[in-house]
Write a protein of this length. Sequence first.
Length: 61
Amino acid sequence: MSDLAKENKFITVKMLKEYLQTYPDQITVKIYTEVLENFEDEELVPDLILRNLGLSEEDFK
């Protein structure tokens, strides 16, 4: 587990990449897609990224 994902126990990078495909703000999508390239697909998304996007586990169920 990454020290960057202390609160997130569920959302992987792959899940977030898929979610971003339908995200309305394309500038945000481009930025976070580039940031997520620094992580493996099966890694948990860092808490700060989820907070910045206003997302929680509920958004992925």
